[in-house]
Design a protein around this ligand. Structure first.
Ligand code: KIV
Length: 279
């Protein structure tokens, strides 16, 4: 049975912390699902860690559809949340059209969008239409060109604004809110004031759950580890090592061996060669 938004909200009520990871493909989604991670985010970080862009801005709804479909095929139990990319939810009608595509064509169970008061009417329209919405406050990467600093909410005004935005998103119907790169105390204060779960990234342990970009925790994307991430494995080293070993064996002729392919009946081969020679 797939996890529902009600299950996620019940976890907060029980005081159970909620782990969430990003995934962008079938194979990774299968592994995360098997690890019993209750929520998978097909984030628009796709743009950087999979598609090689500098930011999330170039990511399109078609890119998201393609990757969400793959993740949904791999995740049988985890709730799959798909990001609405930059400028795909500028009006309630546009948001409804694009969120509808993510749910109907790609098969995810919820969408995520960035912003506070300005997007509250959009969150309300989507939830009234039956689309579960996860909010995203603090550092919102789609707006990186206007935000300047990465850590948000450090001044009294900014902190008050962020708490008000979080309450507005909850009132508009958001089932959870991501808090990215905000001070630990502010994230704790927001988490205490919201009934719906907060999911932190670089916002401390006071959030109800945590989300990490899987490439950061597996050491796959760059050698730089962002402050908000913890590297649990160094898979890039493993992959580079395996690729070099493979190349050396191909060059030396030690891969493949006879066990990696099949043989045919010698008489059949001779017959085929004789036929060719007779042509
Ligand atoms: O796109 C993404 O992966 C995200 C997370 C960093 C929260 O929005």
């Amino acid at each position: 049975m797939r996890i529902t938004i009600q299950d996620i909200q019940a976890m907060k009520k029980r005081g159970e912390r909620i782990p969430m990871l990003t995934a962008y493909d079938y194979t990774t989604a299968q592994m995360i699902d098997a690890a019993e991670i209750p929520m998978i985010l097909v984030g628009d970080t796709l743009g950087m860690v999979v598609l090689g862009y500098d930011s999330t801005v170039p990511v399109t709804i078609e890119d998201m559809l393609h990757h969400i479909k793959a993740v949904v095929r791999g995740a049988k139990r985890s709730l799959v949340v798909g990001d609405l990319p930059f400028l795909t939810y500028t009006s309630p009608e546009q948001a409804l059209h694009n969120a509808g595509r993510l749910l109907q064509e790609a098969g995810c169970q919820a969408v995520k969008l960035e912003g506070g008061a300005a997007v509250a009417p959009i969150v309300q329209r989507l939830t009234q239409a039956g689309v579960p919405v996860m909010g995203h406050l603090g550092f919102t990467p789609q707006s990186e060109n206007v935000l300047g600093k990465r850590v948000q909410g450090k001044t009294a005004d900014a902190a008050r604004q962020l708490i008000e935005d979080a309450l507005l998103l909850e009132q508009a119907g958001a089932f959870a809110v991501v808090l990215e790169l905000i001070p630990i105390q502010l994230a704790q204060a927001v988490s205490e004031r919201l009934r719906v779960p907060t999911i932190g990234i670089g916002a401390g342990a006071g959030c109800d759950g945590q989300v990490q970009v899987i490439h950061d925790m597996l050491g796959l994307y760059t050698d730089f580890v962002p402050r908000h991430a913890k590297r649990y494995r160094s898979l890039a080293d493993e992959i580079r090592g395996a690729a070099s070993e493979y190349a050396a064996e191909v060059r030396a002729g030690s891969f493949p061996t006879e066990s990696h392919a099949s043989k045919m009946n010698e008489a059949a081969l001779q017959e085929a060669l004789a036929q060719i020679n007779n042509v």
